[in-house]
Design a protein around this ligand. Structure first.
Ligand SMILES: NC(=O)c1ccc[n+]([C@@H]2O[C@H](COP(=O)([O-])OP(=O)(O)OC[C@H]3O[C@@H](n4cnc5c(N)ncnc54)[C@H](O)[C@@H]3O)[C@@H](O)[C@H]2O)c1
Length: 269
């Protein structure tokens, strides 16, 4: 499934799933640009991905910052073929202790944390797409990273789930909007991956469930995976990257507006 000659921009790819997706695209011969908020991680990712890669510090939730990033991509590579909207955060950045200690994540959540979650997990896909679409090659592709939290309710994640459900809807809207240019827009819903996002979630679980006090965060994650996953085992960034590569390839030329969970069967239950 060669992607030789394709130029791919992946947001929030300084670590975790985004960096794993970047490696999958590099393996298929694509030129990869990674963006992140964190300068040190962005620089490390650029080095790790090889000399054809570029790292840019840019807030995926800002049209201004992402227009500047896209202009730099066009300046260096002359075009942009694929945008992967991966940037997002699993747990609250602020008011963390209050939410973790509350019996109800919903009742414990302020307007500010709600807005923060929607900005990081939904506006990121909107603002980055808005900046990229005018420059995307006709016949190109947008790939949105949502979550299984978009497909069914999780009381621990009311705002995150709503934001990711918004990403699913935005996927279908943009698929219609961009079909005349043969730009395909598809979505991946990852299941359970051991990244910084799950370190935050297991910290939240431990704070609100005293029976988890003697377990390590990794053990809490493994127990959650064992309990939830029909196929058994956690998913990896490469599992997500393999589908992203397929979506971006000509093999998927008639696939648009689709939502696929890479979750070991969790969402079928
Ligand atoms: N880990 C999981 O189990 C899981 C499951 C379902 C969906 N997801 C989704 O996968 C995506 C990647 O998550 P991850 O687990 O790799 O998390 P992570 O926290 O390890 O990595 C996310 C990266 O995105 C960056 N980022 C966050 N907001 C940004 C912004 N506004 N602009 C630029 N960069 C930004 C962070 O700095 C970080 O480097 C997210 O959208 C997340 O919601 C993760």
């Amino acid at each position: 499934m060669s992607l030789q000659g394709k130029v791919v921009l992946i947001t929030g790819a300084g670590r975790g799933i985004g960096l794993g997706i970047a490696h999958c695209f590099v393996q298929q011969g694509a030129s990869v640009v990674v963006t992140d908020l964190d300068a040190a991680m962005t620089q490390a990712a650029e080095l790790e991905l090889g000399k054809d890669a570029m790292g840019l510090v840019a807030d995926a939730a800002s049209q201004v910052a992402m227009r500047d990033a896209v202009n730099q991509v066009i300046g260096r590579y002359g075009k942009l073929d694929v945008l992967v909207n991966n940037a997002g955060i699993g747990g609250p950045l602020t008011q963390f202790e209050e939410i973790a200690a509350s019996d109800s994540a919903f009742l414990g959540m302020s307007d500010e944390v709600w807005d923060e979650q929607l900005m990081f997990n939904l506006r990121t896909a909107f603002s980055s797409s808005n900046a990229a679409v005018p420059h995307l090659s006709d016949g190109g592709s947008i790939i949105n990273i949502a979550s299984i939290a978009a497909l069914g309710p999780t009381t621990m994640l009311p705002a995150y789930g709503a934001a990711k459900a918004g990403v699913v809807h935005l996927t279908k809207t943009l698929a219609m909007e961009l079909a005349p240019r043969r730009i395909r827009v598809n979505c991946i819903c990852p299941g359970l991956l051991w990244t910084r996002a799950w370190e935050l979630l297991t910290t939240q679980m431990q704070a609100s469930q005293p029976e988890l006090a003697n377990m390590s965060l990794r053990q809490i994650f493994e127990a959650t995976v064992a309990d939830m996953t029909p196929l058994g085992g956690e998913q990896t960034p490469e599992d997500i990257g393999n589908l992203a590569v397929f979506y971006a390839s000509d093999n998927a030329r008639m696939i648009t507006g689709q939502i696929v969970a890479v979750d070991g069967g969790i969402s079928t239950k």
